[in-house]
Structures are given as structure tokens and as C-alpha cells.
Design a protein around this ligand. Sequence first.
Ligand SMILES: [Fe+2]
Ligand SMILES: [Fe+2]
Length: 179
Amino acid sequence: MGKATQDLLNEHEAILHVFSILDKMLISSRNDEERDLNFADELVNFLSIFADKCHHGKEEGILFKELEDRGVPNQGGPIGVMLQEHVLGRQLIALMREALQGADMETFKIHAVEYRDLLRQHIQKENVVLFRLADQIISDEKQAELFERFEEHEENVIGHGVHEQLHAQIHAWETLYQL
Ligand SMILES: [Fe+2]
Ligand SMILES: [Fe+2]
């Protein structure tokens, strides 16, 4: 795997791991509304910053553009499908946030499950189809260059140290839900 695609793959792993914490929360038998509302709030923040702005931003602004330049079709092709799913994901994040503003945990859970299911299959497609294709048509040197641009993007969009904070937050959730 190239340096850029490996970075995105690692972020997929982090997102999937967070979904396994969400699953624990959904099946938790201990009714603790305050704990769950807090987690839900932090989760929406994580999905918006890490999954959407940081991760989808790297894909849309950098990797997908490079693939398009190399002849991979956008509209009617795999990139177009990925972009549509990013848009759908953003809409679901907005719906989750809206539900939480009214402390409506049941509606939040419905949209959180929709988002989880959307992203799980989205990530699978990227890992198995798009990233493999990227590794075939983008050289190692170019991948290293794209990775540098990913680092810049991360710095600009989420700022220094936020990535680490988000990972620390994941560890705190693990403790909270005994994962
Ligand atoms: Fe994506
Ligand atoms: Fe992705």
C-alpha cells in the first residue's frame, strides 16, 4: 500500500473502531442517559471533524483529484459514488446534531445507525476497490507527495495536536463502555 492510501486506511480503522464503541453504547443494558448523551455529543463532534473535515477532505481535495487527473471517471464512476456518499454522511451528521439539540436520543440512535451502516460499506468499497486502483496507478513517489499534502490539510483543517486529542478521546470512550 502506498503512503497516502495507507494513511487513509489507518483513518478507516479508527472510524470503524469508533463504530464498535457506538455498538456497545447501543446495546448497553445500563441505562445512563447523561453518559450516553455526552458520548453522543462527542461522537457527532468526532465524526464531523475527523471523519468528514479531515478524512473526507483528504479524499475529496487530494486523492480523488489525483485519480481524476489519471483518468478515473467522476460522474457515473466510482469517485462520483464516493462523493455522493460523503454528502449523505454530512446530512446524517446534521440530523444527529439536530436530534441531540432536542435531547432526543431515540432519533439520534436511528441516524447514528444509518450513518454507521453507510460508512461501513463506503469504507469497504474504498479499501477494496478505490485504494487498490490508486496503488496501481499512482507511483510511490507521488504517494509520498500526496501524503505531505494530507499532513498540510490536517494542519490547516483541524490544527496542530487535535488529531492526538481525538485519539485520546477514543481511549476515554473505550473505558466508558468497557471496550
Ligand atoms: Fe470516502
Ligand atoms: Fe475514506
